[in-house]
Design a protein around this ligand. Structure first.
Ligand SMILES: [Zn+2]
Length: 371
């Protein structure tokens, strides 16, 4: 069933209504809003899950936590006793306001999308502000180039931690002390649908399907999140978690590049050809029409001349059939939800391209598969 554009109320479990649940809206995997409804118990579970994300990623009671978010986070009751103090960095406000909120908060633990944390770090650097005291940066959301991640962590001298989570299914995986992204197998059933249509549990590469086990108001079964992932068996020596490991979140499955001959494919191999250049701090692949790709890059200030030509050559080596343009830009605009789409496919009218779903596979992104 496709949830796009529906209130979703028909998916509520018996006894739950729009009145006794609270709505959470997500952009979904294709940028079209989807509304999920949670009961009070669901929200309690959500808060406990997020607290566990932070505790298992090294949060201490005395930490001052900065959330880089559009909306303020729900306050934890313990805050009034001076523990787990939260500070909201309003990412929908101007950069000056974000920086002011950050400096006033003097946080020790940061949580947010990499690109918004990056913007604040860049501005602090530009102003010559040296900021110490941040121990941990917990990244969620979109993928970040290794250079950009190092840039943030170097600035703070902080440890890197990560959660893989979504509004619809909460936390899917979180890093252990060794940095491996372990699945939360006790709380979710994670299946991977491969290119040939076969499905395996917690293993291999393909589209991720999620069933949350502790969902009360709106249980979603085999929810198609829209991410393509690579999952492998646990070989981590941490001893803290023994579950399989998410090796890579390869990307939103609808963001496929179209070749001039109509073929569609995942653009990730192209992004690697770009992000392998250390001078690239941000990037975006934009496709305006089939057979062409525009590579937008934000380059380091000391990038040598001719950099864009080298990036173009590198992309052409992996994608010789594409017409490639490389643009050095000052910034890359995030989507309305604050995330940057790494691979963005537009049709000539400027709308997102429809998902490429073969007729024999009627399941849609952000949809619940038949069971
Ligand atoms: Zn581990």
């Amino acid at each position: 069933m496709d949830l796009h554009g529906k209130a979703g109320d028909e998916l509520l479990a018996t006894g739950f209504t729009a009145e006794n649940t609270r709505a959470a809206t997500t952009s979904g995997s294709s940028g079209i809003p989807i509304t999920i409804r949670n009961s009070e118990r669901d929200l309690g579970y959500l808060r406990a899950t997020y607290l566990q994300d932070m505790l298992s990623n090294g949060l201490r009671p005395t930490d001052r936590i900065a959330y880089f978010r559009v909306n303020p986070f729900l306050r934890h009751p313990l805050e009034r006793f001076g523990v787990l103090r939260n500070f909201h960095i309003p990412t929908s406000r101007s950069l000056d306001e974000q920086v002011a909120a950050f400096l006033a908060a003097r946080p020790t633990f940061l949580i947010g999308f990499p690109n918004v944390i990056r913007s604040v770090v860049d501005e602090l650097r530009r102003r010559g502000v040296e900021h110490r005291g941040v121990r941990t940066v917990l990244f969620g959301g979109e993928r970040l180039s290794p250079t950009a991640r190092a840039h943030i962590l170097d600035y703070f001298g902080a440890a890197h931690r990560e959660v893989y989570a979504s509004v619809e299914v909460f936390t899917i995986a979180r890093t252990c002390p060794r940095g491996a992204l372990h699945l939360r197998s006790a709380d979710l059933v994670v299946e991977v649908e491969h290119e040939d249509g076969t499905v395996s549990v917690e293993d291999g590469e393909g589209d991720i399907l999620i069933t949350r086990l502790h969902s009360e108001a709106m249980p979603l079964i085999r929810y198609r999140l829209g991410d393509r992932v690579r999952i492998g068996p646990n070989d981590c020596p941490c001893g803290v978690a023994r579950t399989p490991i998410v090796r890579e979140v390869i990307g939103r499955s609808q963001d496929r590049i179209a070749g001039a001959d109509g073929r569609r494919y995942y653009g990730d191999f192209i992004t690697y050809a770009v992000q392998d250049f250390a001078e690239v701090s941000r990037m975006q692949l934009v496709q305006h029409r089939s057979g062409s790709v525009e590579v937008r890059v934000v380059l380091a200030h000391d990038a040598r001349p001719g950099m864009t030509a080298d990036i173009r050559d590198s992309v052409l080596r992996v994608a010789p059939d594409l017409e490639v343009t490389v643009l050095a830009v000052q910034e890359i605009a995030p989507e309305p939800n604050g995330k940057i789409k790494i691979v963005k496919v537009l049709d000539p009218s400027g709308d997102p391209a429809p998902p490429d779903v073969p007729p024999d596979k009627p399941m849609e992104k952000g949809a619940v598969a038949d069971v």
